[in-house]
Design a protein around this ligand. Structure first.
Ligand SMILES: [Ca+2]
Length: 241
């Protein structure tokens, strides 16, 4: 009786063998997928990239610096947002610092100039929707080697320390940015007069809580309107070697 039962099961199994094979195949695929997820394939070879140096450079008269390229520290935070260039911006989450610079919240970025030239400095920034008129809309800014220039009383002024840099924008990241100087009180473009090709540093120190920065735009040899139009959809030009 038992023997006949097992023979029937065996025959059934032979006729319906594909069912069991399918299950096994599915299991194998599942196991393969799990293994792949647990051991992601490394696309980069650390040895190959060890000595590679990448620089932010000029392209067609523009040096664009993504805010997320700054070395963040203090109470600066990186935020992902599809409205931002490259999907990211930075925001300052600490207390206002209107009178002086708290260097705990000083961030820096390096970029490379290919020839002596003057550039106008602008940015894409945003205030939070709930910010009152002129709240959350400024930073302290300084360019290394005292290359920063303001234009006050028809005279070029060399900027040797941090100055307030400000504009307004809500909803979308907005092109703008000007110096708000206090001694003497004046509003001015910020320009940078680079004496020679080489690497320079731009420093920003937090001033207003909840200020949002998407990218900076340094333009040379083109009008401000052209710089605005051309920079809208562009990101950093990077050279690696
Ligand atoms: Ca960005």
């Amino acid at each position: 009786m038992k023997k006949r039962f097992f023979t029937s099961i065996l025959l059934l199994c032979l006729f319906a063998s594909c069912g069991e094979d399918d299950t096994t195949e599915e299991q194998v695929i599942e196991e393969e997928q799990v293994t792949e997820e647990e051991n992601p394939i490394e696309n980069t070879n650390p040895e190959e990239n060890e000595n590679e140096v990448c620089k932010i450079v000029n392209k067609d008269g523009l040096i664009i610096i993504e805010a997320e390229s700054f070395d963040l520290k203090g109470q600066w935070k990186l935020v992902e947002d599809e409205k931002a260039s490259q999907g990211k911006y930075i925001t300052y989450d600490g207390p206002n610092s209107y009178q002086n610079q708290n260097l705990d919240n000083e961030i820096t970025v390096k970029f490379t100039i290919d020839a002596a030239a003057s550039y106008r400095v602008r940015w894409y920034m945003r205030q939070p929707d709930e910010a009152e008129g002129d709240k959350s809309n400024d930073v302290w800014i300084y360019l290394s080697d005292n290359v920063g220039r303001a234009w006050v009383n028809k005279t070029s002024v060399t900027l040797e320390h941090y100055e307030k840099f400000v504009s307004r924008g809500k909803g979308e990241f907005t092109y703008g940015g000007a110096l708000d100087l206090h001694n003497p009180k004046a509003s001015s473009w910020l320009t940078a007069k680079f004496p020679a090709a080489g690497e320079y540093t731009l420093k920003i120190c937090a001033r207003s809580k909840d200020f949002q920065l998407d990218k900076l735009v340094l333009s040379s040899g083109i009008s401000d309107d052209e710089a605005k139009n051309q920079s809208k959809t562009r990101s950093e030009a990077i050279e690696c070697n």
